[in-house]
Design a protein around this ligand. Structure first.
Ligand SMILES: NC(=O)c1ccc[n+]([C@@H]2O[C@H](COP(=O)([O-])OP(=O)(O)OC[C@H]3O[C@@H](n4cnc5c(N)ncnc54)[C@H](OP(=O)(O)O)[C@@H]3O)[C@@H](O)[C@H]2O)c1
Length: 337
């Protein structure tokens, strides 16, 4: 019998989550039934959307119940299998949640395929975040050669892929990130044409300088004051894939309506396309195409990425809380000992 650990939602946060909103528990792992697989978790992905699952506010997915296991995707090693597609030793990914071990139906697991890149890329640049960037830019942003694509959270797994794809497809990539180190990484390592620090008091004018011909595609990851700076620079027929609004995830107020007239007026005046999406809209039909397109480019080093790997299962809540205000530098992953 395996005694697993799991992290549950102890209480719903108001504003920024705190360590006491989480609880680490022991749990006896049941034996796998027919069609199930027992997995030992190696890596846990921490992602901004999990803040939404901690809240009861209306969303595209049900909240985690209080005392329920926090949701999340993991990479693990199969220990025992009662499913024909999996054998002990296989490396798999699946939505097991924040646990050290899981018994899960085999049809909810996928073998990890990274084209020779490290395993962790399966939950980062070659997993859900990388696919989010690829699908949102390809199907909604549709940058043309010579156009300017801007993206915030540019050193993170979604933003870094957006800018590198924009470049690959012949557009100019402008990254917005928090702090000098992240901006240097975005410009010098990822090769964006420019990187601007959103913490600068002069964000609007600095952004305007590097987007001298305006912005054709703004890949919206954050909202907040970055959106305020971007809005006046959007060109006619600009496209705005709305991917995430992390600047607002900890917000308790719903009365930020002062931005609404300005936003709606720009949408009208500039004939903007503003289109929200959740990557699951595109994944069933396009994930394999993404992986065969981007996998070899990541493995060869043509597409670069950065991971922020935190050691120890118990450190997941603190790392997650910090990510929501920019404490991570790259795709945030917890490595289980
Ligand atoms: N629609 C979908 O299907 C989908 C799927 C995956 C992710 N997403 C969304 O995509 C966005 C990026 O996700 P990710 O996994 O790549 O996250 P990430 O970049 O690893 O982490 C979030 C980053 O957001 C930035 N940030 C936080 N508060 C901010 C603020 N007030 N103003 C500006 N930037 C702020 C921070 O970077 P800096 O330090 O650089 O500011 C932080 O590191 C998130 O909004 C996420 O919810 C959506």
């Amino acid at each position: 019998m395996i005694t697993a650990k799991r992290i549950v939602l102890a209480s719903r946060p108001t504003g920024a989550p705190k360590p006491e909103n989480f609880r680490v528990e022991d749990a006896e792992l049941p034996e796998a039934d027919e069609g199930e697989v027992t997995v030992r978790i190696l890596y846990l992905s921490l992602d901004p959307y999990m803040r939404g699952r901690m809240s009861e506010a209306k969303s595209y997915a049900a909240p985690v119940p209080v005392d329920g296991v926090m949701e999340g995707e993991t990479i693990g090693e199969v220990l025992k299998s009662r499913h024909n597609d999996f054998a002990p030793g296989d490396i798999v990914r699946g939505r097991t949640g924040w646990v050290t071990h899981a018994v899960i139906r085999g049809d909810r697991l996928r073998h990890v395929e990274t084209h020779g890149a490290p395993l962790t890329t399966a939950i980062g640049v070659l997993g859900m975040p990388g696919f989010t960037a690829w699908s949102g830019l390809k199907f909604i942003g549709k940058p043309k050669p010579g156009e300017t694509v801007a993206v915030a959270a540019a050193s993170g797994p979604v933003g870094s892929m957006v800018g590198q794809l924009a470049k690959l497809w012949g557009a100019r990539a402008v990254g917005i990130a928090g702090g000098a180190d992240k901006c240097a990484f975005v410009k010098d390592e990822l090769g964006f044409h420019a990187a601007i620090d959103h913490r600068s008091e002069n964000l609007p004018s600095e952004l305007k300088t590097v987007c001298a011909d305006g912005i054709d595609v703004y890949f919206e990851n954050v909202g907040g004051h970055v959106w305020d700076a971007v809005l006046p620079l959007l060109n006619t027929y600009g496209r705005v894939p709305v991917c995430g609004l992390v600047a607002h995830y900890n917000g308790t107020s719903t009365s930020e309506s002062d931005r609404l007239p300005e936003t709606m007026s720009a949408i009208l005046r500039q004939s903007l396309l503003v289109r929200g999406f959740i990557q699951t809209e595109f994944a069933p039909d396009h994930f394999d195409e993404f992986l065969s397109d981007i996998g070899p480019r990541v493995a060869s080093g043509e597409i670069k990425y950065r991971e922020d790997i935190v050691d120890g299962f118990e450190n997941a809540p603190e790392a997650f809380i910090s990510m929501l205000t920019g404490g991570n530098f790259g795709k945030l992953i917890v490595q289980l000992s």
